[in-house]
Design a protein around this ligand. Structure first.
Ligand code: SF4
Ligand code: SF3
Length: 547
C-alpha cells in the first residue's frame, strides 16, 4: 500500500512521506484520510450548488469542518474513526443529491468526488489509492491545490474551536466549501488558485478574529500571569491541545476532588485567562512542546487528555492513561464522547483513574510569564511606544509558530539567546518553548518575550502590529520596526502565514525549512510577490534581519 503526504514541515526528506509518516501515520490511515478529504470535497460541491438555490445544510457544514480538522497533522490516527467519517460523508452526499433533485435542481457534469460512492468498506482502499495528492499531474497546480487545502484545514481547526464555544459565521463555512470544491475544477488556472489562496488568508483573519472574540468573551481577556512549572504532591490530570471548553469542564468536574489539573504544550496559555485563575487546583504547566510528550507523559504518572493536535503515537508505558476526545483519535486509546446537547462531557473516568495514581514526577521547578494578548499589550501601549521612541526597544521580532522534533530547530533557541538586549520577541504557538525558559530579562519592565498565547492567538500579534502602525502614523505595516522569523510545522501555521500575507506583511522568514509542497514555481511566486525567505545561520540572519 503506498501513501503520499507532504503537508507538514517534517515530511520525509523534505519531499514527502511515502512509506509511513514521520508523524507515525500508517499508510492505511494516510490513504483513508485522503479519501475522507475527497468525500468532503464532494459534499462541499453539492453544498455550493445548494446554497445557490437557497438551500443550507448545517450537518454538511459541521461535517466539512470536522473532516478537515481530522486530517490535520497529529490529530487522528484511528482507522475506525476515519472510516466512520467517510461513511457519514457518503450518506450526506446521497441526502444532498436527493434534496437538490427534489428541489428541481438540474446538475450536469458532476465531478467524480461528488458522484463516487461505495457499496462496502472494501472499495474504500482501492479508491483511496487512486485519488491522493499525486493524482493531480501538473506539479504547480498540485502545489497550489495543496497549499489552498492546507490553509482551509487551518481555518477549519480554528473555526472548530470557536464553534464549540457557540460562535458561528456561515460565511466561513461557505468559503471553505467553495474553495474545497474549486480544487476539483480542472478548468481553474494557476492564477485562479492563487486568488483563492489569498482569499484564504482573508478568511483566516476573519476566523482568528472570531476565535479571539469567542475565547475572550467566554473566559475574559488574557492577563500577565506567572505560571508554575513545578509540581505539587496531589494526584493529577494533564490536559493538552487547544480546546478551552474541554479544560473548562474538566476544571469544574475536578474541583473539590483532591485531583489537580496541569497543562501541557499548547494548553499553557489557558492559565492567562481570568476565568480559569479562580481554580486553586489548576496547578501549573508540566513539560514542554508536543514533541516531548512521550518522555513527559510517561513521567506525569496520572491520566492525560488530548483535546486537539498534536498527538504523538503513545508508548505502552502510558497508553492506558491516555484519553482522546473530540476530533482526536488513536486506535486502542479511550475516547471521551462528545457533548450530548447542553450536557458537558463526562470526565469521571479520568478523575477516578487519577485518584489511584501517584503525583507527577517533578521535571523542573520554575515559572513562565505570559498573557500578552492584544488587550494586555495595548494596556501597556504608552510604555511600549515610549520605549520605541527613546530607542530602548529597537526591534520587535515575531518568533511565533510551531515547535517540532528536528534538531535544526535549536536555531530558534540560539537566535533568541543572541538577539541584542534592545529587542523584544512577540510570540504565539508552541514555538515559544524553544526560548521561553531562557530568562531573557526585560526592557524597563516590558519582558523581552511577550507571549500572546496559543497559535490561535496569532491574531493578537496582528492587532498589536496594526495598532503600532496607527500610533506611529505609518502608511505601511512593513515600515514598523518588526521583523518576522516564524517557525512552522502543521497546517494551522500555513493558515497563519496566509493571514499575515493578507494583512500585507512582507519579508517573512519561514523555517526551519520551506514547505515541501511548494513547487519551484509556486515558491518563486511567494518569494517574488511577498519576499518570503528561509533561514540560514543564526549570525547571518541576525545581521540581515536587524540591519
Ligand atoms: Fe509525513 Fe507530515 Fe504527512 Fe505525517 S503529516 S505523513 S509527517 S508529511
Ligand atoms: Fe503547536 Fe501542534 Fe503548531 Fe498550535 S501544537 S502550534 S505544532
Amino acid at each position: 500500500m503506498s501513501m503520499f503526504c507532504f503537508q507538514c514541515q517534517e515530511t520525509a526528506g523534505g519531499k514527502g512521506c511515502t512509506k509511513s509518516g514521520v508523524c507515525g501515520k500508517t499508510p492505511d490511515v494516510a490513504i483513508l484520510q485522503d479519501l475522507l478529504l475527497y468525500v468532503t470535497k464532494g459534499v462541499s460541491y453539492y453544498c455550493v450548488i445548494a446554497r445557490d438555490h437557497g438551500i443550507q445544510n448545517l450537518f454538511a457544514e459541521v461535517f466539512t469542518v470536522e473532516s478537515l480538522f481530522m486530517t490535520l497533522t497529529n490529530v487522528n490516527f484511528d482507522r475506525a474513526a476515519i472510516l466512520k467519517k467517510i461513511r457519514e460523508g457518503l450518506r450526506l452526499k446521497d441526502s444532498l443529491q436527493i434534496q437538490l433533485l427534489n428541489g428541481g435542481v438540474k446538475m450536469f457534469n458532476l465531478p467524480d468526488a461528488a458522484t463516487w460512492t461505495a457499496a462496502s468498506d472494501e472499495e474504500f482502499e482501492s479508491k483511496a489509492a487512486a485519488i491522493g495528492v499525486i493524482s493531480t499531474q501538473n506539479e504547480d497546480i498540485r502545489s497550489l491545490r495543496e497549499l489552498l487545502t492546507y490553509g482551509l484545514k487551518g481555518i477549519a481547526a480554528y473555526y472548530h474551536h470557536a464553534f464549540v464555544l457557540g460562535f458561528k459565521d456561515p460565511e466561513i463555512t461557505r468559503f471553505i466549501q467553495k474553495a474545497l470544491s474549486a480544487t476539483l475544477d480542472d478548468t481553474l488556472s494557476a492564477d485562479d488558485l492563487v486568488g483563492l489562496i489569498m482569499e484564504t488568508g482573508k478568511y483566516g483573519v476573519t476566523t482568528l478574529a472570531l476565535l479571539d472574540q469567542a475565547n475572550t468573551s467566554t473566559y475574559g481577556s488574557p492577563e500577565i500571569t506567572t505560571v508554575n512549572t513545578g509540581v505539587r504532591q496531589n494526584p493529577a490530570i494533564l490536559i493538552s491541545g487547544h480546546d478551552l471548553k474541554d479544560l473548562d469542564e474538566l476544571l469544574k468536574q475536578t474541583e473539590g476532588t483532591g485531583v489537580d489539573v496541569y497543562t501541557h504544550g499548547e494548553m499553557l496559555p489557558s492559565h492567562y485567562y481570568p476565568e480559569f485563575k479562580k481554580y486553586s487546583h489548576f496547578a501549573g504547566n508540566y513539560g514542554n512542546a508536543w514533541w516531548k510528550q512521550a518522555e513527559e507523559f510517561e513521567k506525569f504518572n496520572g491520566p492525560i487528555l488530548m483535546t486537539t493536535n498534536c498527538l504523538v503515537p503513545p508508548k505502552d508505558s502510558y497508553k492506558g492513561r491516555l484519553f482522546t476526545t473530540s476530533i482526536v483519535g488513536f486506535e486502542g486509546i479511550q475516547h471521551i464522547p462528545d457533548r450530548d446537547g447542553n450536557k458537558g462531557k463526562d470526565f469521571s473516568a479520568l478523575i477516578e483513574m487519577a485518584k489511584n495514581c501517584p503525583p507527577p514526577t517533578e521535571l523542573e521547578n520554575g515559572s513562565i510569564v505570559g498573557g500578552f494578548a492584544h488587550q494586555q499589550v495595548l494596556a501597556l501601549a504608552d510604555k511600549v511606544v515610549e520605549a520605541v521612541k527613546t530607542g530602548a526597544i529597537k526591534k520587535f521580532v515575531v518568533m511565533a509558530g510551531c515547535d517540532g522534533r528536528m534538531k535544526s530547530r535549536e536555531y530558534y533557541t540560539d537566535f533568541a539567546a543572541k538577539l541584542p538586549k534592545d529587542t523584544v520577541i512577540l510570540t504565539a504557538g508552541c514555538a515559544k518553548y524553544r526560548y521561553n525558559k531562557l530568562n531573557l530579562g526585560d526592557i524597563g519592565g516590558i519582558p523581552r518575550v511577550l507571549d500572546a498565547g496559543q497559535c490561535n492567538d496569532s491574531y493578537s500579534l496582528a492587532v498589536i502590529a496594526l495598532k503600532l502602525k496607527e500610533v506611529f502614523g505609518l502608511e505601511d505595516i512593513n515600515a514598523l520596526p518588526i521583523v518576522y522569523n516564524i517557525a512552522w510545522y502543521e497546517q494551522k501555521a500555513v493558515l497563519v502565514l496566509l493571514a499575515l500575507l493578507h494583512l500585507g506583511v512582507k519579508n517573512i522568514h519561514l523555517g526551519p525549512t520551506l514547505p515541501g509542497f511548494l513547487s519551484p514555481n509556486v515558491a518563486k511566486i511567494l518569494i517574488d510577490t511577498f519576499g518570503i525567505g528561509g533561514i540560514s545561520s543564526v549570525d547571518e540572519d541576525l545581521a540581515s534581519m536587524l540591519s
